[in-house]
Design a protein around this ligand. Structure first.
Ligand code: UD1
Ligand code: CA
Length: 436
């Protein structure tokens, strides 16, 4: 049997519960969109053919998929999850008969579990396998109804759960394996009946397919996951905050286990793909954005904000109210108070004084700045990019170094605009030739 499988991600929903002008799946969890999280998990599980169903605000999302091999199917009217799956099967026939179907609002999917679902689907004769889980709090989820013998019979959505079903704790996770050739004709019939018939409903639910297949003599299964692995979903802002918190705790647990000190995990926020070396201490109220890299024996914070593209080598100290973006701080750098460094490369052991600012943006473009090794950048100075501050140079407190006016290695500049002063004589600025 072909071990590869196709995957369809249902992402066309309106996401009305988010109360947002941004599509639900473009909201970010720790620096990554919900949709990207789902795509990554599905790929990691082994899917080599990906189809995303888009509908509501499709343009915004499809723009983000433009440079990928992911195929897009359109569900122009959001008429339910069964209708969404049918749109994918009709418009973008999957390359494999085995298809993993996942709701797009599950940013906490476990690739191993997805892989196991596909395996048990293949090992059984079921044409539709529903991934389920026993949970403490089933409210809001579709319930898995079984006969007294344990045979899977149907899924009942929350709005239809009556007192006889309230005790059921096995829920539908919104993840399914489907054998397309046998299921598609039945799906088509069901959707046509739900949406086109005399007593048509507003939506056609994928969950109703269970009963339809059973009636048609096509085997189905519900496959409970081990443990209490309930994949958190993002239906609303509460769900977004909750899943972010859970994933945040997981990231911090990994770092703590790897030998990083996080003084106060509750007030620290670390996004995905962050690397931190051993014996580095992260003080409270620090925010570290996606992909930032920090070496060993560093001290970060309190109240530091390390943004995308920041690389910090070993033995660096970044103190309170320091913001760093797209910058590299080489070994031994100190930036301990109230500084902003943007698009800067700071050499070994340079010292960035309190309140120093690298002005990287002139309103149109962002430009780079190089601060050499051993340089001393005085308090309250402004370095206007692009500019090079040479090794061991000193920029006096309050100086403004204009764009393009490189500071020579070992020299000292002071004033506004900054001018070089002669050694051993702090009082007489050496005025540039062009300024005379
Ligand atoms: C769904 C399941 C429920 C399950 C839960 C698990 C149905 C009817 N119910 O409920 O049994 O316990 O997920 O998370 O499937 N979508 C479309 N087109 C549509 C409607 C939805 O593409 O017309 C997409 C959404 O973008 C979303 C996904 O399908 O990513 C699920 O839709 P959602 O409305 O969140 O379903 P739930 O109410 O969570
Ligand atoms: Ca949902």
């Amino acid at each position: 049997m072909d071990q590869k499988f196709s995957a369809i991600i249902l992402a066309a929903g309106r996401g009305t519960r988010m109360k947002s002008s941004l599509p639900k799946l473009l909201h970010k969890v720790l620096g990554v969109t919900v949709l990207d999280r789902v795509i990554c998990s599905v790929r990691d599980a082994g899917a080599d053919d990906l189809i995303v169903v888009l509908g509501h605000d499709a343009k915004t999302i499809s723009g983000q998929l433009a440079d990928t091999d992911i195929r897009v199917a359109m569900q122009t009217e959001q008429l339910g999850t069964a209708h969404a799956l049918l749109a994918a099967l009709d418009q973008q026939p999957p390359q494999h008969d085995d298809v993993l179907v996942v709701n797009g609002d599950l940013p906490d999917l476990d690739p191993d579990q997805l892989g196991s679902l596909m395996q048990s689907h293949r090992a059984s004769d079921a044409e539709l396998t529903v991934s389920s889980c026993n949970v403490d709090h089933p409210t809001g989820m579709g319930r898995i109804v079984r006969s007294t013998e344990g045979t899977f019979e149907r899924i009942v959505e929350q709005q239809d759960v009556d007192s006889s079903l309230e005790a059921i704790c096995e829920v539908n996770l919104g993840i399914y394996s489907v054998g397309v050739s046998r299921v598609q004709p039945k799906l088509q019939e069901m959707v046509d009946g739900d949406l086109g018939g005399a007593d048509s409903t507003n939506e056609s639910y994928l969950t109703d397919l269970v009963e339809v297949l059973i009636e048609g003599g096509i085997p189905v299964a519900a496959c409970p996951s081990k443990g209490q692995q309930q994949f958190l979903q993002v239906n609303d802002r509460l769900g977004l905050a909750r899943v972010s918190r859970v994933l945040q705790d997981r990231i911090q647990t990994r770092l703590l286990t790897e030998g990083v000190t996080i003084v106060d995990p509750v007030t620290t926020w670390i996004e995905f793909d962050v690397e931190i070396g051993t014996d580095t201490v992260i003080h409270p109220q620090t925010v570290i954005r996606r992909g930032v890299k920090i070496g060993s024996h560093c001290e970060i914070g309190p109240f530091a904000h390390l943004r995308e593209g920041t690389v910090i080598e070993d033995d660096v100290k970044v103190g309170d109210f320091v913001e760093i973006k797209d910058s590299t701080l080489e070994q031994g750098v100190r930036a301990k108070h109230l500084a902003y460094l943007g698009n800067a490369s700071v050499g070994r052991k340079a010292n960035i004084g309190a309140g120093a600012v690298v002005a990287n943006y002139d309103g149109k473009v962002k430009s780079p700045t190089r601060i050499g090794s051993g340089a001393f950048i005085g308090s309250g100075s402004v370095i206007v990019a692009p500019v090079n501050i040479g090794d061991n140079a000193t920029v006096g407190a309050g100086a403004v170094v204009p764009a393009g006016r490189d500071v020579e290695p070992g020299s000292t500049v002071i004033g506004v605009p900054a001018r070089k002063i002669k050694r051993h004589d702090d009082s007489i600025p050496e005025i540039c030739e062009e300024e005379r």
